[in-house]
Design a binder for this molecule. Sequence first.
Ligand SMILES: Cc1cc2nc3c(=O)[nH]c(=O)nc-3n(C[C@H](O)[C@H](O)[C@H](O)COP(=O)(O)OP(=O)(O)OC[C@H]3O[C@@H](n4cnc5c(N)ncnc54)[C@H](O)[C@@H]3O)c2cc1C
Length: 396
Amino acid sequence: MENLNYDVLVVGAGPAGSTAARYAAMNGAKVLMIEKRQEIGSPVRCGEGIAKPWLERLGIEPDPRWIANEIDGARIISPSGYALEVDESRAGDESGYVIYRDLFDKALAKMAAKEGVDIMLKTAALGVLKDGEQVVGVKARHMGEEFEIHAKIVIGADGFESQIGRWAGMNTVVKPKDIDSAFQYTLVGVDIDPRFNEFYTGSIAPGGYIWIFPKGDDVANVGIGVLLSKIKEPGTAKRLLDEFIAARPNLAKGRSVQDVSGAVSVSLPLDKTVIPGLMLVGDAARMIDAITGGGIYNGCIAGKIAGEVAARAVKENNLSEDFLMEYDRRWRDRMEDRLYRNWMVKEKFATLSDDDIDRIIKAISEVDMEKMTMVDILRAVESKIPGLVKDFMGMF
Ligand SMILES: Cc1cc2nc3c(=O)[nH]c(=O)nc-3n(C[C@H](O)[C@H](O)[C@H](O)COP(=O)(O)OP(=O)(O)OC[C@H]3O[C@@H](n4cnc5c(N)ncnc54)[C@H](O)[C@@H]3O)c2cc1C
């Protein structure tokens, strides 16, 4: 394998990487995207829920080939069974479509390929190449052979376990209180409401929730995310999920055709996502919504910005950190406030007792939410039960 030369190298072919690669190529750059797995999108580590409105912004046509189910909204269920129903427009980053995530990731990679992006599978980055402070490429391995890939700009889209940033000297450490341990099944033959994504909260999933995302009338992605800092033993997430399923005959009668464990960062985004020659996007930059654990949307939006800025940096032959900071500024303008707010909500939510969660969900479900902002809703709850949601009010 000879050493390779590109304008832009994207490491990782998840949603953020494919989108960054696509937009860099659309804007004139010669782009290579490498992916260590042998197949893009597989295995699926995802609840497979996405919201709808952002797809259009990225020119992604909803396609029945990767849409399993269109849903009306979300149902948030308290420990004692109070249910809060919200329509899709209020239901966060994970409610709108339930997708076949492997096919969705492949579709995004195809869009990149159509713009001229070269893609190499089974190709892992092993370290970054530097010229002084400037990142100038990566050392990579493909089918046992090691070689160098030189690029004017490297985009690290290597996900939760991102090493690109760390290799380049950035601080990418996540604290256990900001990591969700996750486990999920695809259950076939279940009896569920196909119109709603359901989120079960409280001590059944400490610091997180159990989800049931319907992929059809009798198929669902059923999973759990629990804060690592709240559990003592490995295997807890799976045990809690198994207990939840076993206690519900409508789920227990299902059979699993896929079970996967994973981890999600529910942290604040990185303080800095750019150094000379390198940008981090998506999970690698910790852009996941800390309440829902949804990260596809944010990763794709940031990927678009990174691709555009990378292509311009190449065109103007300015690979400096100052120039690339345009990416950092633009993605923060788009989503940083929301990421911070939701992280604070997650921190507060993790301290609530089952009784508090019951009271909050019951009180909100009794408010007529139509045309009300979140602040109005919280005000209405606060006026009914003083003190209950006071701490949340300043966050919105
Ligand atoms: C259990 C679970 C459930 C989730 N549910 C949802 C959901 O319902 N909705 C939602 O919006 N989000 C969900 N998320 C989060 C979502 O999956 C991520 O936010 C999203 O995948 C981020 O995309 P990304 O491109 O940044 O990273 P990834 O999708 O993780 O892609 C990174 C890619 O980089 C590759 N890679 C890593 N290291 C290297 C290397 N050294 N060399 C080459 N390639 C490398 C990986 O193989 C991977 O393909 C969930 C996450 C988990 C774990």
